[in-house]
Design a protein around this ligand. Structure first.
Ligand code: NAP
Ligand code: MG
Length: 493
């Protein structure tokens, strides 16, 4: 499955698959409610490996009664235990969870790559270490809420309903659960239907950590379960990460209910490369920006804005780089590009790419063999893209880069901001003053300079416009789970 330029021979690597023997998977998983795995009353479903479509396990589905039970367990735990514990004690649990994640890191990474299709070197070196970092970071805040610059008397909200997507299953779970617990809330969380596995192993970690029953409840199921959860009358907070369409529906249904809401939605980030940029680093940054995690990244640099006079050089070098990427078995330690998470997502990527060609853009895909089974899409670049093209406006959420050009910084800024989204952006230039001047005019929540896709628990993350509102990470992420929280610098400017 190694990609090869037609006229270049690359040394082939021997297969180096990570063993799955570290997993102790059950044939079927129940819902994790009140500290125990229990049967679900909805219709169970199978989670599969997107790399070869084999079944991994049978997963329970929560119906309305199960959602009620989970919310009731969270409410009881909030009233009887969690709200009575001091911050230092909450912190101890969070530290314990962080250490257990580290202890079981390999197992979690293998499970994540198996269920999601992402390369093991990413789940091993990025996802799982960040999960531990998120719990360590928020553990440190649990007993210092009064000193977080959020006002004199921040208080927990109560029960948090959380719904997460499939692209970073365990990391999104950590982004949701760690600040919620640190701030003193209890949680009911629903992972995505295609990637429940790591959340269910995490439930075992909560048991190992002796977290009081009901503080975290993990209910699996489809979108219907998510809808029942966020619309449950006894939740005080809703935190959703996913598509803008579902986010909009949740904003409507929670309006006027008194529930505090955080939405982390889609993006169509501009990655702006000026002609004075360090080109070698920029090429790596463009590749990391859009091909990391098969492009299933809300903040992916999916629109490359390159200064016109260096377009040919940048595109040629990008193509040279892409033919060296290795696509294949997500569990192989040499794999750079794994599988697309689901058939539905693959269909969406194919459809939008076909539209790109129909609208007149030029498509180039890295030459590679597509395995017979599973869901795969070769890294693809579109040149000749106009701002009016759908591939320049809509989130593809796959390994597809749209290349546009600009002549002046003002044109780059105008094109970058010409989107309904506003989650992230990248700027590549040798001149710090230019970077700062441009960054100041971009309407995006996160802006990277001479790098891309860098995440840190102390740094707030979130969007403008249709990318959502509220922030995760840092003190801002705590504020989302507290009442009376007043941020010194506005989170939603
Ligand atoms: P999605 O369809 O909105 O699903 C996200 C989650 O919501 C899943 O758990 C899903 O369940 C559930 N869900 C579906 N319909 C629902 C409803 N009516 N009410 C409540 N929950 C519902 O999004 P996706 O396509 O899986 O995920 C990709 C999207 O997430 C992209 O647009 C991406 O940009 C965005 N994203 C944003 C961030 C961020 O931080 N801004 C991070 C990651 C991803 P099922 O899995 O069963 O459908
Ligand atoms: Mg799966």
């Amino acid at each position: 499955m190694t990609m090869e330029a037609s006229n270049t021979r690359w040394l082939d690597y021997a297969p180096a698959p990570e063993s799955t023997s570290i997993l102790h998977l059950k044939k079927s998983y129940g819902l994790f409610i009140d500290g125990d795995f229990v049967a679900g009353s909805g219709r169970s479903f199978t989670t599969i490996s997107p790399a070869d479509e084999h079944s991994i396990a049978e997963i329970a589905s929560a119906d309305a009664g199960d959602v009620d039970r989970a919310v009731a367990a969270a409410r009881k735990a909030y009233n009887s235990t969690w709200s009575k514990l001091g911050g230092a004690d909450r912190g101890k649990y969070l530290y314990r969870i962080a250490r257990l994640v580290q202890e079981r890191a390999r197992e979690l990474a293998v499970a994540e790559s198996l269920d999601n299709g992402k390369p093991i070197k990413e789940s091993r070196d990025v996802d799982v270490p960040l999960v531990a970092a998120w719990f360590f970071y928020y553990a440190g805040w649990a007993d210092k809420l009064e000193h977080a610059g959020l006002g004199p008397n921040p208080r927990a909200l109560g029960v948090a309903a959380q719904v997460i997507p499939w692209n970073f299953p365990l990391l999104m779970l950590a982004w949701k659960i760690a600040p919620a617990l640190a701030a003193g809330n209890t949680v009911v969380i629903k992972p995505a239907e295609t990637t429940p596995l790591s959340a269910l192993i995490f439930a075992e970690i909560l048991q190992q950590a002796d977290l009081p029953n009901g503080v975290v409840n993990i209910i699996t199921g489809a979108g219907e379960t998510g809808s029942l959860l966020v619309n449950h009358p006894d939740v005080n907070k809703v935190a959703f990460t996913g598509s803008t369409a579902v986010g909009r529906a949740i904003a409507k249904s929670t309006a006027g209910t008194g529930k505090k809401l955080t939405l982390e939605l889609g993006g169509k980030a501009a990655n702006i490369v000026f002609d004075d940029a360090p080109i070698d680093q920029a090429i790596e940054g463009i590749v990391n920006g859009i091909f990391f995690n098969q492009g299933h990244v809300c903040c992916a640099g999916s629109r490359l804005l390159v200064q016109e006079n260096i377009e040919t050089e940048v595109v040629d070098r990008l193509k040279e780089r892409l033919v060296t990427l290795r696509m294949g078995d997500p569990l192989d330690k040499n794999t750079d590009i794994g599988a697309i998470n689901s058939r539905a997502q693959l269909d969406r990527i194919r459809a939008l790419s076909d539209i790109g060609e129909e609208e007149g853009a030029t498509r180039w895909s890295a030459p590679c063999e597509i395995p017979a089974k599973g869901f795969w899409f070769a890294p693809t670049i579109f040149t000749g893209v106009e701002t009016s093209h759908r591939i320049a406006r809509e989130e593809i959420f796959g390994p597809v880069l749209s290349v546009l050009t600009f002549r002046t910084p003002a044109e780059a800024i105008a094109k970058a901001n010409n989107t309904p989204y506003g989650l992230s952006a990248g700027i590549w230039s040798d001149k710090g003053s230019k970077v700062l001047a441009v960054a100041d005019k971009l309407r995006a929540g996160v802006i990277w300079a001479n790098t891309f896709n860098k995440f840190d628990p102390s740094s707030p993350f979130g969007g403008y416009k249709e990318s959502g509102y509220g922030r995760e990470g840092g003190r801002h992420g705590l504020a989302a789970y507290l009442t009376n929280a007043v941020l010194q610098s506005g989170a939603n400017k």
